[in-house]
Design a binder for this molecule. Structure first.
Ligand SMILES: Cc1cc2nc3c(=O)[nH]c(=O)nc-3n(C[C@H](O)[C@H](O)[C@H](O)COP(=O)(O)OP(=O)(O)OC[C@H]3O[C@@H](n4cnc5c(N)ncnc54)[C@H](O)[C@@H]3O)c2cc1C
Length: 481
């Protein structure tokens, strides 16, 4: 079976590239490791989704100290976008530049290069802003009245305009998967739009186990081997398995083919892992909170230029899961009716020591390892701590009692980096178009390529990169048989 392009993984980057290439008539094979999610309502059941974590990956990883943990990864068509909070923000133009004081790498392209693809992604996903609901309006007013530097802005969301009228969907979109397609995710907004095309083949429930090279030319890939042993060949292969998984497939291939010792970019593969430094905050104030969407504005502060704050889209049932484990469930459930949740994020430094290492995939003789040490990025953790303290103080002045919880390493929702884009093959893995330096026909479409992840969430930028990659393959004719 020969295709123009094989795409590995159907998250934000993979689906965007698949959409672009399939609509242009290319023969595309998309291989997705996960099976489709059930449509029986269980993906919005707080107990199953949050307390039991039934839909999360069961993959065990090692941390820097060889302790095991399970990262917050999801294997299903649409990838993590099925579960995301749909806050789709553009990076600021300055966030494409290097910032040595904060340890940030530069992008090899500027904002202007990505802008048309940001626009295309926003249109495809129907990104728009919603009216601010009553509880948040009152709280935001109390925050802004203090003139403490916090600025609030409308939060662009990829949600259907009618979602606010559907209580179940409106209260369960952030961290849950929609059962009525009222959240625009990679599957609903991209894959389903191309699904009827005869030139797009989607295989689900099977991982790509190996990249396979051309026997005479290891820098040229011949195709991929699936977990069940099937082989498919293509002119071009696109890695889009996500920042935790694409580097493992690549490193595995580089090691098997001997390219690990000759390809300059091999030294950087897996490095510069980023995940945002994250804290969840609960703010309690008198009065039961009745807002449904909640996540309608976000906050910036000029003193914390690499940080932002968003409300969580969680209602009381989901918020109660954030309480300390020692607290009786009934008490947590009752208290959470008076709470608003917030998600505080700071861009972490791009450090080569923060890295993913390879294991034999998917037959884990050894476990995959995520070596991420906050000590390597102290300047960023320092900004994060000051920002958390500043926001807590502002909430307290607004009459709230706050509870904070640092999100541990397993919180890989915003995982990125690991196959970073750049012009120098000694310090990056893919070029400015996503092609792996030194490889003839291997590209990367997912969040792995992000050298900087900005102060806001990454998915819109990953969609835009995937669309741009698809365009590039069409323009250069590299996807032709
Ligand atoms: C709870 C939650 C909330 C979030 N909220 C937001 C938000 O509000 N805004 C925002 O911008 N971002 C948000 N994110 C992050 C966003 O979802 C990710 O940044 C984005 O989905 C990453 O896209 P990706 O293409 O890099 O990878 P993924 O979306 O992770 O897709 C990778 C895909 O590859 C598949 N795969 C892996 N290995 C293989 C293999 N060997 N073979 C075949 N397939 C494979 C996986 O199953 C998966 O489907 C959130 C994430 C989570 C989990």
């Amino acid at each position: 079976m020969h295709y123009d392009i094989i795409i590995i993984g159907s998250g934000a980057g993979g689906s965007a590239a698949a959409y672009k290439l399939a609509l242009a008539g290319k023969q595309v094979l998309l291989v997705e490791k996960g099976k489709p999610l059930p449509a029986d309502g269980s993906t919005q059941d707080c107990r199953k989704v949050i307390r039991l974590g039934l839909f999360k990956s069961r993959e065990t990883w090692l941390d820097a100290h060889n302790r095991t943990f399970m990262p917050e990864e999801y294997f299903n068509p649409g990838g993590k976008t099925k579960w995301y909070g749909a806050a789709l923000l553009r990076f600021h133009p300055a966030e494409f530049e290097a910032d040595s004081a904060f340890g940030y790498l530069p992008w090899p392209i500027g904002y202007a290069e990505l802008e048309p693809f940001y626009q295309e992604a926003e249109t495809l996903l129907g990104v728009h802003v919603f009216a601010v609901e009553a509880d948040l309006k009152a709280l935001n007013h109390r925050l802004l009245q203090q003139h403490s530097g916090w600025q609030s802005l409308p939060l662009p969301l990829a949600l259907h305009p009618s979602i606010a009228q559907d209580e179940q969907e409106a209260r369960h979109f952030d961290g849950f998967a929609s059962t009525k397609n009222l959240k625009a995710d990679a599957e609903v907004s991209l894959l389903q739009k191309a699904a009827a095309l005869p030139n797009l083949t989607v295989i689900t429930g099977q991982p790509v186990a190996n990249l396979l090279g051309d026997a005479d030319q290891p820098a040229r890939l011949a195709g991929v081997m699936l977990g069940d042993g099937r082989f498919f060949s293509a002119q071009t292969i696109v890695l889009a398995a996500g920042a935790m998984h694409s580097p493992r497939l690549l490193l595995d291939y580089l090691n098997r083919s001997g390219l690990a010792s000759t390809l300059m970019s091999a030294q950087t593969a897996g490095r510069y892992f980023k995940r945002h430094i994250l804290t969840a905050m609960l703010a309690f104030s008198p009065g039961r909170k009745t807002d449904r969407l909640r996540k309608t504005v976000f906050w910036l502060h000029p003193e914390f230029a690499h940080s932002s704050v968003q409300p969580l889209g969680f209602s009381a049932d989901a918020l109660s899961a954030l309480f300390p484990a020692w607290m009786p469930h009934r008490l947590a459930s009752w208290l959470s009716q008076f709470a608003y949740g917030f998600f505080l994020q700071t861009e972490d430094g791009s450090h080569p020591g923060n890295k993913i290492s390879v294991s034999t995939y998917p037959h884990h003789n050894t476990l995959p390892k995520l070596d991420y040490d906050p000590q390597r990025i102290l300047v960023n953790t320092h900004e994060h701590s000051r920002m958390v303290a500043g926001f807590r103080k502002a909430l307290q002045r607004a009459g709230c009692i706050c509870l904070t919880k640092a999100i541990p390493l397993a919180g890989t929702a915003h995982a990125c980096g690991t196959l970073v884009t750049g012009n120098d093959p000694k310090q990056s893995v893919v070029d400015s178009h996503g092609k792996v330096h030194g490889m003839e026909n291997l590209y990367v479409a997912d969040g792995s390529i992000l050298p900087r992840s900005s102060r806001v969430n990454p998915a819109l930028t990953i969609y835009a990169w995937g669309l741009r990659l698809g365009s590039h393959l069409l323009n250069t004719g590299e996807a032709a048989i």
